[in-house]
Write a protein that binds this ligand. Structure first.
Ligand code: ASP
Length: 336
């Protein structure tokens, strides 16, 4: 009978241990529920790691007021520039994981930059929690209006024979414009002078003024200056022409099929941001992207709003995971 008493005592101890082990979870569940019910209780900030007026800033200022409507709190855009967007991105990675600091990152800050900076200071797939993909963006090869080439073939011939006298504008090492034209320059085996700016907003001003020769930039920054013919485009680095600039040929049509680049913008939160907060933020982005105040200007400027099934955190996590090795490979300088 002793064994029965021992077995009963063990069962009771196991029950007590299970209750003790579960206590933090029980405590956590009300905390999580309370957090979700009270969040957000103050304004949020959306870091844009590039200068005002550039494509990232434009997208951020399209979605932030619509996110605010869903969240019931202002979403304040904060431009923190420098180092190809990596300074602002690092600031976001180091922010408190409380759901009040977000970043609008992109293919540069959350993929290509890893291949370009040995000591980046953050890991896109570890130091951030994906919230949602916001836009996919074709990339165009653009030039100042007076650049002495009428098409891509003439551009290629000219830059190969004048590479020590031409310059290419970009938004810093790690940016979309830097990575995209680095890819192009590798393909053409040229190494022109790079002229960095704090974003392709100011870089576009220099291109329009004829102070720089060419640039690879996201379509939302190029559509209006192209329509007013203050710059020109030789190709869109995608599989198809873009309906917002139908006369611009694809790089493949223009004889350079290897020049294929697609940029994207996405919202990220610092790692350890609670899942219930991420769910609230994701819903706010999903709703914002369905509103005409976002869709019409975004599409009108050549951006592609992802369908609903592409707006989940899991889809964004998978995109970052696939882009990291892709850009590491793409930006490797081909062996001489
Ligand atoms: N997206 C950056 C900007 O908005 C430019 C870049 O990444 O090249 O300025």
């Amino acid at each position: 009978m002793l064994w029965f008493a021992q077995a009963t005592a063990l069962r009771r101890m196991a029950t007590v241990m299970a209750a003790i082990m579960a206590f933090p979870l029980l405590l956590a569940e009300p905390a999580a529920a309370e957090r979700a019910s009270s969040y957000p209780s103050r304004p949020l900030r959306l870091i844009v790691p590039f200068a005002k007026g550039g494509p990232t800033d434009v997208v951020a200022r399209l979605i932030s007021p619509e996110m605010a409507k869903s969240l019931g709190q202002p979403v304040v855009v904060e431009n923190i520039v420098g180092a190809g967007g990596t300074i602002g991105t690092l600031r976001a990675a180091q922010a408190a994981p409380d759901g009040y600091t977000l970043i609008l990152g992109h293919m540069g800050t959350h993929a290509a930059a890893v291949a370009l900076y040995p000591g980046l200071g953050y890991r896109p797939d570890v130091d951030f929690v994906p919230v949602a993909l916001v836009a996919r963006m074709p990339v165009l090869l653009l030039a100042r209006r007076q650049f002495p080439a009428a098409n891509l073939a003439e551009f290629v011939a000219y830059v190969r024979s004048h590479q020590d006298r031409i310059n290419v504008a970009h938004a810093g090492v790690g940016s979309v414009s830097y990575a995209s034209c680095m890819l192009l320059n590798h393909l053409l085996d040229i190494n022109p002078t790079g002229v960095p700016f704090s974003g392709t907003g100011p870089a576009m001003d220099a291109l329009v003024a004829g102070q720089v020769d060419y640039m690879c930039d996201q379509i939302v920054n190029a559509v209006l200056p192209l329509r007013t013919e203050v710059i020109k485009a030789y190709a869109v680095a995608g599989a198809d022409r873009d309906p917002s600039v139908p006369s611009v040929p694809t790089a493949a049509e223009a004889g350079l099929p290897q020049f294929q680049v697609e940029a994207w913008n996405a919202v990220f939160a610092p790692k350890d941001t609670p899942p219930e907060v991420i769910a609230i933020l994701n819903a706010a982005v999903v709703q914002a992207l369905d509103r005409p105040e976002v869709r019409e200007p975004m599409v009108g400027l050549g951006g592609v709003v992802p369908p609903r099934d592409q707006r989940t955190p899991a889809v964004l996590a998978a995109l970052v995971s696939s882009e990291l090795p892709k850009w590491r490979q793409a930006l490797k300088r081909p062996a001489p």
